[in-house]
Design a protein around this ligand. Structure first.
Ligand code: NAD
Length: 317
């Protein structure tokens, strides 16, 4: 495994990170033994960044991960969790909530500190300025207390994440659904700013939250029909070649050296193995070309999220 630098944090991350939202049942039911195995196999194979949140499965992801990491496992990984997003439509980015939430996360994760602490989906804040003037300074104080080592923000709108990179004294940014076969906009719109500021960049959702998979997305997926239909056509086209679109999708996101780490949501050991194997898979160039042309009409299109308005030009009809 070739490890990459995460900004100026000094952390060295494997290019595939473990997204633990599926461990909270976000993508359907979980086989507990398989879930534990997925965590252990990933660590044994060199995956070292694990990301969760109290929001995933209403704290179930954190509680599950805490159990899986008992023993010596915790010390082998970079553990990331979040606060601020409590439920689908419930948010609290106040300093007191950030501290209380972090303390509760530490209890569930059975650890004394997080390596990475993230303000979760900041586009839902009522007042973005308060993220820079209240939330992030409170997170910085938690860092000073030793409860976390590095702090950052996450969200969907790239414009807001770029603003955070410039305005907030953070260590890293987590972006999702903007660097995969359907949408490459992260690379031009956020990666250069993040690099210039010396911040870490975590990319998430290379399968576009299940769109780029044979079995397709969960019912809650927010993408409009145009994106869902194009993804379905591309997945079916790959199946015609006897290729799993997930293989091409993982390869696309993870192999690009401009993006240090990509979180993939996983809950079985075979997904872990399959995603690691994808890095060395040979993909026929004609297949890739056709997949790109099927997805071209929706390339870079996104969907609204929270209170940040400036993505309107990119929103799919
Ligand atoms: P994803 O694109 O990684 O897709 C996950 C889905 O794909 C799950 O159903 C998983 O079981 C399935 N899957 C994994 N490997 C597969 C394979 N080889 N073949 C077929 N299916 C496969 O989406 P995600 O899980 O939402 O994103 C990854 C992680 O990034 C999350 O778990 C979370 O940790 C993080 N994330 C953070 C934010 C945020 O902070 N706002 C948003 C999205 C994701």
């Amino acid at each position: 495994m070739q490890y990459r630098e995460l900004g100026k944090t000094g952390l060295k991350v494997a290019p595939i990170g473990f997204g633990a939202s599926p461990l909270g049942g976000v993508y359907g039911s979980l086989d507990a033994n398989e879930g534990i195995r997925s965590v252990h196999v990933a660590i044994e194979r060199g995956v070292n960044l694990f990301d969760t949140s109290p929001y995933y499965g209403d704290t179930r992801s954190e509680a599950f991960l805490g159990k899986a990491l008992q023993g010596a496992w915790r010390s082998k990984i970079i553990l990331s969790s979040k606060a601020g997003r409590i439920a689908q439509s419930t948010f609290d980015f106040s300093p007191s909530h950030m501290e209380q939430s972090l303390d509760e996360s530490l209890d569930r994760l059975k650890t004394d500190y997080l390596d990475i602490f993230i303000a979760h989906d900041i586009e839902f804040a009522g007042d973005f300025d308060r993220i820079w003037t209240e939330t992030v300074p409170a997170m910085e104080r938690l860092k000073q207390k030793g409860k976390c080592r590095f702090i950052g923000v996450s969200g969907l709108p790239l414009g807001l994440l770029a603003e955070a990179a410039v305005k907030a004294p953070i260590d890293l940014v987590l972006s999702y659904c903007h660097f995969n076969l359907l949408d490459h906009t992260l690379k031009d719109r956020l990666a250069p700013i993040v690099k210039e500021r010396g911040l870490g960049l975590i990319n998430a959702s290379p399968l576009a939250m299940g769109l780029l998979s044979k079995s397709g997305p969960p019912a809650w997926h927010p993408a409009p029909d145009s994106i869902q239909t194009a993804a379905r056509r591309a997945a079916d086209y790959c199946s015609g070649w006897n290729v799993d679109i997930a293989t091409i999708a993982v390869q696309f996101s993870v192999l690009d050296p401009a993006i240090p780490v990509t979180l993939i949501g996983m809950k079985t050991a075979s997904e872990v193995e399959q995603n690691l194997a994808a890095l060395d898979a040979t993909v026929q160039s004609e297949l890739l070309e056709e997949v790109r042309s099927i997805l071209a009409p929706v390339q870079g299109k996104t969907w609204p999220s929270g209170n940040w308005p400036l993505e309107a030009d990119l929103i799919a009809k």
